[in-house]
Design a protein around this ligand. Structure first.
Ligand code: PLP
Length: 427
């Protein structure tokens, strides 16, 4: 091994894992158990009082899941992590640790559609408001922030249009206002972008996508960057005030630079309950071992497909940040220099009918609503995920009638291109 910290590919395979102490098993075992036997009464008391780390019940901690948490924290350069049942539940628990009724989140307008719904509708019923900022406009973030803003929320590479966000620019605004910057890093994965290095305080993932990578297991994770001072004022009481259920313990005082991850676990996950199953944690751990290889192949394939479509007579435009003339190319070179990711959109000259025709005629591609599978995936948002919107709303959301979204898999690029060509020939 080289001197100093292990490299990314080494961490992707080894971080957090040891041969199983009970059996010597080399692969991380699936601890498929709900609960764990205490050594004695004192041990039980110290676990419940947070004086000792250990397993009580799989809703709160599990040894298989703990390996996943340590591994993703290492890959992102965070201090600790908390895995959850899905990406959306990671978002719920992260905001739950920060928000009181009447508070708001300043969020980029370009987000995963499910996150827009979560912020616009479900979070409102908790009294959490959202203020939307134009993704490309730093001043829009700055002017949206008010006294009740408790977090800024962006995606590093935004779904679906391939917008690469200016993480450092937004982090500077967040730091000046003493608000944490939360970055959903699902589309990039830590192989392409490590937001904490650019000033993010908290990183979230849907592990369902590239981290698991095989389209077979749901999961999410919260990574604590360890950088935010939760006690600078009284704005984050769950972290800075005594907790009645833990004998008046102040989480930030006791747990320091991983207090946020602890708060998400011992207040959020404990009470709201969206725990990941140990089996899914195992599946996702296996996926992560090949993340660097898969992600590079996704990017190399996606660039070839994007270049091919750019010169196709039936295609009017391609939006992919790794293309040299793309509007987000400079940001991609800065934040994701290894590649532009697997997902991009393009426009068909034939509009809505051509979009429907294309998804009906592909053979290798799967027509479905997901990204980040080994397989190549295709969707025509105007006839599926965005069909309830008016034409004007569809266009504003980047889902106009002509738009097709691809998530390029890790098959042979020639086969992916040949499938698109044969399907395009029929529209
Ligand atoms: C899929 C996705 C989510 C939601 O994750 P689930 O695991 O489906 O709950 C959040 N953000 C992004 C960018 C996603 O792609």
């Amino acid at each position: 091994m080289s001197e100093g910290a292990p490299g990314f590919s080494t961490l992707a395979i080894h971080a957090g894992a040891q041969p199983d102490p009970a059996t010597g098993a080399r692969a991380t075992p699936i601890y498929q158990t709900t609960s764990f036997v205490f050594d004695d009464v004192d041990h039980a008391a110290s676990l419940f009082g947070l004086q000792a780390f250990g397993n009580i019940y799989t809703r709160i901690t599990n040894p298989t899941t703990a390996v996943l948490e340590e591994r993703v924290a290492a890959l992102e350069g965070g201090t600790a992590a908390l895995a959850t049942a899905s990406g959306h539940s990671a978002q719920l628990l992260a905001f739950h640790a920060l928000m009181q009724p009447g508070d708001n989140i300043v969020a980029a307008k370009k987000l995963y559609g499910g996150s827009i719904n979560q912020l616009n509708h479900s979070f409102k019923s908790f009294g959490w408001d959202v203020k939307w900022a134009e993704a490309d406009d730093l001043s829009a973030f700055e002017s949206a922030i008010d006294e009740s803003t408790k977090a800024i929320f962006i995606e590093s590479v935004a779904n679906p249009g391939g917008v690469v966000m200016d993480i450092a620019g937004i982090s500077a605004i967040a730091k000046a206002k003493r608000i944490p910057l939360i970055v959903d890093n699902t589309m990039a994965s830590p192989y392409l972008c490590r937001p904490i290095e650019h000033g993010a305080d908290i990183v979230l993932h849907s592990l369902t996508k590239f981290m698991g990578g095989h389209g077979n297991s749901m999961g999410g994770i919260i990574v604590d960057g360890g950088s935010f001072d939760w006690s600078a004022d009284d704005r984050y009481p769950l972290l800075s005030q005594p907790r009645p259920e833990y004998q008046g313990m102040v989480l930030h005082e006791t747990f320091g630079n991983f207090a946020f991850a602890i708060a998400c676990r011992v207040l959020g996950l404990r009470d709201l309950g969206p725990a990941i199953s140990p089996f899914n944690a195992f599946m996702i751990l296996n996926g992560i071992e090949t993340l660097p290889l898969r992600m590079q192949k996704h990017c190399d394939n996606a660039l070839k497909v994007a270049q091919h479509l750019s010169s196709h007579p039936k295609v009017s435009w391609v939006s992919y940040a790794a293309l040299p003339d793309d509007k987000h190319h400079a940001m991609q070179q800065k934040y994701c220099p290894k590649g532009g990711g697997a997902v991009f959109t393009f426009g068909l000259k034939g509009g809505y009918d051509a979009g429907v025709g294309l998804v009906s005629n592909v053979q290798l591609f799967s027509h479905l609503a997901n990204i980040g599978d080994t397989r190549s995936l295709i969707i025509h948002p105007a006839s599926t995920t965005h069909r309830q919107l008016s034409d004007a709303q569809k266009t504003a959301a980047g889902a106009g009638p002509d738009v097709v979204r691809l998530s390029i898999g890790i098959e042979d690029a020639e086969d992916i291109i040949a499938d698109l060509d044969q399907a395009l020939a029929q529209v």
